[in-house]
Write a protein that binds this ligand. Structure first.
Ligand code: ZN
Ligand code: ZN
Length: 439
């Protein structure tokens, strides 16, 4: 009788003496050398640390006392956390909050303690903690959409510390960041083995990492493509660099803030347009730029009377609405609906659109026939479709090689005491990358 492949493997293992007492096992489950062991190093409960806390009707830097960490949690001594535009409104609001919490949703640092069930990291590891977890076993992770990992829905929101008056403190999005300590489920940890500066690495966990992912994970930019990036904030800057990495033909940047247009040109943009200066001519301008220098589409071709619109191969929308009056140049539409409408108009039939903005309000409408029949594809994703355990180590290598310019993304660093100033600057749009760094 023919043996199945599995039985043959079993027999071979038994003959070689590999199978231990179990006899039928191919190999006993064991921790490989170098793999992070589950170890209990103490919960460090009672430890004092500083954090920026949103509580009552305001926010302030407070000294907190750490509570015990849970079996599957990781205690990270924060080295850096970049302020995200999306948290500005909540962090600086004066409306009363029921639950005191540490704002933000990314950071990086060094693991100082792990719960007894933690396997992914070990004490001493440097880790990037992105806003999106990756459990590896949920429906979305198993279907290639780790950016929609369902662990996000069940991640614990229990208090990790308390104030001197006993007020319990949670972390926004299960991880916070504007704090000397983060306590996070291991599903949020991506170990990185590098000496790169913390203020650069932390940007991989949120804004710049999102833009980088958008150029490859949802739509893979083909060499020579005309790529349009709307919005050159930290997310857009990642997208511009992704387009450069993928050898895009043109990288057309649309950004109202002059200082950002200049950085965009430095990191990969081939032309940077001011939407205020272009006004109603912007769509025509993009189509003309995408067409190139001749109307002849191919050798011997003739101009067509078919009204197939010209346009870019790929448009990445990374526009954050002007929810706070900027102290820098204002965009043409504070709701950012206009750029969303325009990204459809910019894109050629059969082209691709990725939307990275969040917190939209209002509605957008498209020509039905164009929407239905012109073959444009739309994608949106958490963090640009980031597959963090696969992508972040890859980006680390590319930063080390100098291919990704992360240094230009960090335009100002702040101490924990200056957190409010940093958040305000992000809301004002007077800095590109505002990073809190910790000693
Ligand atoms: Zn963010
Ligand atoms: Zn998952």
């Amino acid at each position: 009788m023919a043996l199945s492949r599995r039985k043959m493997l079993k027999k071979a293992a038994a003959a070689g003496g590999v199978a231990a007492a179990g006899g039928g096992l191919i190999m006993a489950p064991q921790v490989a050398v170098g793999q992070a062991p589950a170890q209990l190093t103490g919960t460090q409960a009672g430890r004092k640390f500083k954090a920026f806390v949103r509580h009552g009707t305001g926010a302030s830097v407070e000294e907190l006392k750490l509570l015990a960490i849970q079996p599957r949690e990781v205690l990270v001594r924060t080295q850096a956390s970049a302020v995200c535009y999306t948290i500005v409104g909540g962090a600086l609001a004066t409306t009363p909050v029921q639950q005191a919490s540490i704002p933000n949703h990314s950071g990086m640092g060094v693991v100082e303690a792990v719960g007894p069930l933690v396997k992914r990291v070990q004490v001493g590891d440097r880790v990037v903690v992105p806003g999106t977890p990756q459990c590896g076993v949920c429906y979305q992770c198993l279907h290639g959409r780790a950016d929609w990992c369902q662990f996000l829905d069940t991640a614990p929101a229990h208090p990790m510390a308390e104030m001197s008056d006993g007020t319990k403190i949670t972390e926004q999005a299960s991880l916070g960041g504007l704090s000397e300590i983060m306590v996070v489920p291991e599903e949020y940890c991506c170990p990185v083995f590098t000496d790169l500066p913390a203020e650069q690495l932390t940007l991989l966990g949120d804004t710049v990492g999102t833009g980088l992912a958008a150029g490859r994970d949802l739509v893979q930019i083909e060499p020579g493509w005309n790529v349009v990036v709307q919005g050159a904030g930290p997310v857009g800057m990642g997208a511009i660099q992704a387009a450069r990495l993928q050898n895009a033909g043109q990288v057309i940047v649309i950004e109202p803030i002059k200082a950002r247009r200049e950085i965009a040109m430095k990191v990969g943009g081939t032309i940077a347009l001011d939407p205020n200066a272009e006004g109603n001519g912007l769509v025509t301008k993009i189509r003309t730029l995408s067409k190139g220098i001749t109307d002849r589409r191919f050798a011997g071709g003739r101009l067509t009377t078919n009204a197939v619109p010209d346009g870019a191969d790929f448009v990445i929308n990374a526009v954050g609405s002007d929810w706070f009056p900027p102290k820098a140049e204002v965009g043409p539409d504070p709701t950012a609906i206009l750029p969303l409408q325009q990204c459809f108009e910019f894109t050629r039939a059969g082209g691709h659109i990725v939307m990275l903005g969040v917190a939209w309000r209002g509605n957008v409408s498209f020509n039905a026939a164009q929407f239905s029949n012109r073959g444009r594809t739309f994608y949106s994703g958490q963090q640009g479709g980031l597959n963090m355990l696969r992508d972040i180590p890859r980006y680390v290598k590319l930063i080390e090689k100098g291919v990704i310019d992360m240094k230009s993304m960090v335009t100002k660093t702040y101490s924990i005491e200056q957190t409010r100033e940093a958040i305000q600057a992000v809301g004002d749009r007077t800095v590109l990358g505002a990073v809190i760094t910790f000693v």
